[in-house]
Design a protein around this ligand. Structure first.
Ligand code: HEM
Length: 465
C-alpha cells in the first residue's frame, strides 16, 4: 500500500544509482535482480543509461500497485521532475517509454480514455478469422524464404519479422513495408538513446505517410477504422498511436515467440507434453512468461505526489520503471517449501506481462495469436525441426528492456515453398469488406527516405544472402 510521507524525501535516486545498463550490454541483466533486491529491497535506484536514474520496481506487489494507481503515478512524461525543472525535454534522445507523443500511452485519465477508444475499438473489430488468415499468410511467406535450405536462424528469419509483417497487414500496407517496419521498431527498443530516438522520428514519418494514404483511400484495416472512429482522433494523434502500437507490439511479441520456441526446442519433456496433448500451447506460453518474460524492464511512471513504495520514498516527479522479470522471480511468490519453484506455472495467469490498470495491453489477443500460429506453422511446415547446437550454447540478446534469444539456429528436412499465388481471403468478404484496392505505398517523400535508409542498412542484404 502506498503511504504519503509527511516530508519530502532526500534524493537517493541521484546519489548512487546502480548502473543497470552496463549489465544489459553484457546480456547479464537477469543475474542482477536478486543482488539489487538484497541491496535495496523491492525498489532499487538504477541508471537506464549514464545519468538517467529511475526507481526500478523489483517486487510483484510493488509493480502491480504502481500499475494500478494511475492517480498517484502518471504515464505522462511531462510530469518527470527533470522535464519540470528544465533539465530535459521529452523531445530529447531518450530510451523507449521516456519520451512523449500524443498517443494514449502517454496520457492519463479522461485524455487517455479519449485516445485509447479508437485503438481498442479498432482492435475489437478484428475478427479472429481475419487475424488468423493474416498471421498464417505472413508466417507461410516467411517460411517459404528458408524452408528449402534445411536450416535457419528462427530469430532473424522468423520471430523478429512476423509481428511487423502481421501488424503491417492489419494496418493496411503491403508486406514489403513490414520488413522496413521491423527494422525501425528494433532500433526503437535499442538501449542506445540516440538510435532509439532517431528510429522513433523515422517511425513517425512512416506512419504520417500511412495516415495520409488511408485518409485518401480508406480500407478494411486498423488505420482506417481508427481514423473513422467517433472520437475523431486527428491525423497526428493517429500516426503517434500507430508508432506506439508498432513499437509496443514488435519486439515483445518477437521475443515471446522466440522464448516459447526456445523452450519447446530445448526442453524435451515440455515438448513431448505439448506434442502429446498434455499441455495446451497457451499453457506453454504462460509458463514461459513466468520464467523468461519477453519484456524485463518497462519504463515509466512519474510520481504525481511524494509516495512510499515498498518502503522506499519516491519524490514527486521521480520516474519509476516496471521490473517485470524481477517481479516474476519475486521470492515472496514462492509457496511452501523454499526449494519449490516460484509459481512459474502454465496454470497461473497472474503474471504482469500484459500490464494492469488503465494502460494494460489492449492487444493481448493479437500477440497471443501471432505466437500460437507462428509455432503451429513452423511445426507443420518444417519436419524434424530441431536445434542446430546444444541448448547450453544458446545466448540471450544483450538488452536492458527485453529478453529473447540472440539467435535460434535450427535444422529441419528441406521442403518446397507453398505454391503461389495465395488464395483470396474469404473471411474479409464475409466481414463485408469486399475486395480492397491494392494498397499503394504512401506517396510520401519522407517514407521513401525511410525505406532507402533501411535498404542501405545492410540488414536486408544479410537476410537475403
Ligand atoms: C508479447 C507481446 C506484448 C506484450 C508483452 C505487451 C505488453 C504491454 C504492456 C505491459 C503494456 C502496458 C504498458 C504500461 O503500462 O506502461 C502494453 C500496452 C500497450 N500495448 Fe502491448 N504488449 C504486447 C503486444 C502488443 C501488440 C501486438 C500491440 C498492438 C497491436 C500492442 C499495443 C499496445 C498499446 C497500444 C499499449 C498502450 C495501452 C494504453 O496506453 O492504454 N501490444 N503492452
Amino acid at each position: 500500500m502506498t503511504e504519503r510521507p509527511d516530508t519530502a524525501p532526500g534524493c537517493p535516486l541521484h546519489e548512487a544509482p546502480f548502473p543497470l545498463y552496463k549489465y544489459a550490454e553484457h546480456g547479464e541483466a537477469e543475474r542482477v535482480w536478486e543482488t539489487l533486491r538484497e541491496r535495496f529491497g523491492q525498489v532499487a535506484p538504477v541508471e537506464l543509461e549514464p545519468g538517467l536514474p529511475v526507481w526500478l520496481l523489483l517486487g510483484y506487489e510493488e509493480n502491480l500497485e504502481v500499475m494500478r494507481d494511475w492517480g498517484g503515478f502518471s504515464r505522462d512524461t511531462r510530469r518527470w521532475c527533470d522535464v519540470r525543472d528544465g533539465k530535459r525535454s521529452p523531445g530529447d534522445d531518450l530510451p523507449i517509454g521516456m519520451g512523449h507523443s500524443s498517443s494514449a500511452l502517454y496520457a492519463d485519465g479522461a485524455e487517455h480514455a479519449r485516445l485509447i477508444a479508437p485503438v481498442a475499438d479498432a482492435l475489437a473489430r478484428l475478427s479472429d478469422a481475419r487475424l488468423r488468415a493474416d498471421t498464417t499468410r505472413a508466417a507461410d511467406r516467411l517460411i517459404d524464404d528458408f524452408c528449402a535450405q534445411g536450416d535457419a536462424d528462427l530469430m532473424a528469419d522468423f520471430c523478429t519479422l512476423i509481428p511487423a509483417m502481421v501488424l503491417n497487414r492489419l494496418f493496411g500496407l503491403d508486406d514489403h513495408f513490414g520488413y522496413a517496419l521491423g527494422d525501425l521498431t528494433a532500433a526503437m527498443w535499442s538501449h542506445d538513446g540516440d538510435r532509439s530516438a532517431e528510429a522513433a522520428a523515422r517511425m513517425r514519418d512512416y506512419f504520417a505517410g500511412l495516415v495520409r494514404h488511408k485518409r485518401a483511400v480508406p480500407g478494411e484495416d486498423l488505420t482506417s477504422w481508427m481514423l473513422g472512429h467517433g472520437q475523431r482522433p486527428t491525423d497526428a494523434e493517429t500516426a503517434d498511436q500507430l508508432v506506439t502500437m508498432a513499437a509496443a507490439a514488435h519486439l515483445p511479441t518477437a521475443n515471446l515467440l522466440g522464448n516459447v520456441l526456445r523452450e519447446l526446442l530445448a526442453d524435451d519433456a515440455l515438448a513431448s507434453d505439448y506434442a502429446g496433448g498434455g499441455l495446451l500451447l497457451g499453457e506453454v506460453v504462460d509458463h514461459v512468461v513466468w520464467t523468461a518474460p519477453p519484456v524485463q524492464v518497462l519504463p515509466a511512471r512519474f510520481a504525481t505526489r511524494p509516495a512510499v513504495v515498498g518502503g522506499t520514498r519516491v519524490a514527486e516527479g521521480e520516474p519509476l520503471a516496471f521490473g517485470l522479470a524481477a517481479a516474476h522471480a519475486d521470492p515472496r511468490l514462492r509457496r511452501g517449501d523454499r526449494d519449490e519453484a516460484a509459481v512459474p506455472s502454465g496454470h497461473n495467469r497472474a503474471h504482469l506481462i500484459w500490464g494492469a490498470g488503465e494502460h494494460r495491453c489492449p492487444a493481448r489477443a493479437v500477440a497471443e495469436r501471432i505466437v500460437e500460429i507462428g509455432v503451429e506453422r513452423l511445426r507443420a511446415r518444417l519436419p524434424g525441426l530441431r536445434l542446430a547446437l546444444p541448448a547450453e550454447e544458446l545466448w540471450w540478446a544483450p538488452s536492458l528492456f527485453y529478453r529473447g534469444p540472440a539467435a535460434l539456429p535450427v535444422e529441419f528436412e528441406p521442403s518446397a515453398p507453398l505454391p503461389a499465388p495465395e488464395p483470396p481471403a474469404p473471411e474479409r468478404a464475409a466481414e463485408g469488406a469486399g475486395p480492397e484496392p491494392a494498397p499503394e505505398p504512401p506517396s510520401d517523400a519522407l517514407l521513401v527516405r525511410v525505406l532507402r535508409w533501411w535498404q542501405g542498412s545492410g540488414r536486408r542484404a544479410r537476410r537475403k544472402g
